[in-house]
Design a protein around this ligand. Structure first.
Ligand code: ATP
Ligand code: MG
Ligand code: MG
Ligand code: MG
Length: 439
């Protein structure tokens, strides 16, 4: 993309309404624009990041054997009356009435809808196990929408639902989700720690939240510092291997790590004092096992091996896709702007032309631009007739991992400058070598 033809409305001033750094940087970098409280447009740069986060989530869910689909945003109230949650959900639910006076709602989550789909089409235990998921906009009329996309009212969530014959099978689905979530967050450059949590209005027995440690996080968390040493890394995983999946769950959840809702001071005290941590975290996902909570009232049963109907064991598993855009920035920025991890960056590399209009500089930039594109990378070429300082400030603000700076002086010696956004280190290289290093 050529910056002269792009839509990147960066702000010079720091917006005063934004209280936390990710919100400020998303506004300044022209990623989002608020349309009303907690409701945002995703401008082109923000949209690219959102799509990258989504892509990682899809890839990891599909790898785990979970099946993508798409359910609507508007749902009929009747389904929620069946589960008993229409009244129980409270004012966070946005209720609307259509022209025929039918009660509808903008889905805050999808347990009812998916259970209805399941009961309409699945009748035998032979069709299990089954895990379906989608990535769709949700609406929750939060009392205090704030921090930009971190606590929106309209937000993008991945929510997946497993249907299993037995509790044991459903717990395997739970463990698969834990593993696939760990992988997803790591690919986004994040450490998200699974913590024992409270099940809240979804109800159920087993649940973990995934938290990214950050001072601006809304949750208070208590943990053994040993949990921060764990990484999933690039180890092989066989999602059908129950022992292996359970092993990962045990590895990542055996140490003390809890949110304030489930915090147990007596247990916490048993951790050696130097490893006790009280901090704040951003909830970027949650997994639940809730058994037959929805399948029983809604009649989601299958015929078991003995011919008798049994209600299926279910769980639901969510990732805050839009919240993650903010969480990644909270975890990765400096005073100049965002520092995108490679996995989610909106462009791989910036090209800064120090002397737009100079034949040699223009030609060298075009060549680098073409070379990067020909190997499947997406560069952002700042081809505007602007001063170098302004171009550098924009590149630093939008946080691309690499910048190639091209100017007449370097070209005389056959070199350009390659700069890493994360370390700030620069190297003089031939244009060909610079392209190779970015690839
Ligand atoms: P929170 O405690 O932050 O209100 P939640 O526990 O109500 O979140 P879940 O029902 O567990 O949310 O939804 C799954 C994920 O969706 C959360 O882990 C979070 O990352 C994301 N999410 C929830 N509410 C919002 C929101 N208002 N804005 C953006 N993302 C959200
Ligand atoms: Mg909530
Ligand atoms: Mg929560
Ligand atoms: Mg939650």
């Amino acid at each position: 993309m050529r910056l002269s033809r792009y839509f990147l409305p960066v702000l010079k001033e720091t917006p005063s309404e934004a209280q936390i750094v990710s919100h400020r940087l998303m506004l300044r970098a022209g990623m989002i624009k608020q349309s009303s409280a907690g409701i945002y447009s995703w401008l082109p740069l923000g949209f690219k990041v959102l799509r990258n986060i989504e892509r990682i989530v899809h890839e990891e869910q599909i790898r785990a054997g979970h099946i993508p689909m798409l359910m609507p945003t508007l749902q009929s109230a009747d389904l929620w009356r069946e589960s008993g949650r229409y009244d129980a959900y409270g004012p966070e639910m946005l209720r609307v009435r259509d022209r025929h006076e039918r009660d509808m709602l903008y889905g805050p989550t999808n347990e009812e809808l998916i259970t209805d789909i399941f009961r309409s089409h699945v009748s035998s235990y032979k069709d299990l196990p089954l895990t379906l998921y989608h990535i769709q906009w949700k609406f929750r009329d939060e009392v205090r929408p704030r921090f930009g996309v971190m606590r929106g009212r309209e937000f993008l969530m991945k929510d997946g639902y497993n249907f299993d014959l037995t509790k044991e099978d459903a717990l395997h689905a739970y463990n698969r989700h834990l593993v696939s979530y760990l992988r997803s967050y790591e690919r986004m450059g994040l450490q998200a720690i699974p913590m024992r949590a409270d099940s809240g209005p979804i109800g159920g027995d087993d649940t973990h939240e995934f938290l990214v440690l950050a001072e601006t996080g809304e949750s208070e968390v208590f943990y053994d510092s040993a949990v921060t040493d764990l990484t999933f890394g690039d180890r092989e995983i066989d999602y059908d291997d129950r022992e292996q999946c359970r092993g990962v769950l045990e590895e990542f959840t055996s140490r003390y790590a809890r949110t304030d809702e489930t915090h147990d001071p007596a247990l916490f005290e048993q951790i050696p004092e130097e490893r006790r941590r009280v901090a704040r975290g951003i909830e970027v996902g949650q997994i639940f096992y809730f058994g037959t909570k929805y399948s029983e009232p809604m009649g989601a049963t299958v015929q078991g091996p003995d011919g008798k109907p049994v209600p299926v064991h279910m769980g639901s598993h969510g990732i805050g896709v839009s919240r993650l855009a903010g969480a990644i920035i909270e975890a990765s920025h400096d005073d100049k702007g965002i520092i995108w991890p490679e996995g989610v960056t909106p462009f791989h590399c910036g090209i800064v032309n120090l002397k737009q209009g100079d034949d040699e500089a223009d030609a060298a930039c075009e060549k680098i631009y073409g070379a990067l594109r020909s190997i499947g990378l997406e560069p952002l070429y700042d081809d505007r007739d602007e001063r170098a300082g302004g171009k550098f400030a924009t590149m630093d603000l939008i946080g691309l991992p690499w910048r190639i700076t091209v100017g007449p002086r370097g070209l005389k010696n056959g070199v350009v400058e390659l700069t890493s956004r994360r370390t700030g280190e620069s190297e003089e290289l031939t244009p060909e070598e610079a392209v190779r290093r970015v690839a």
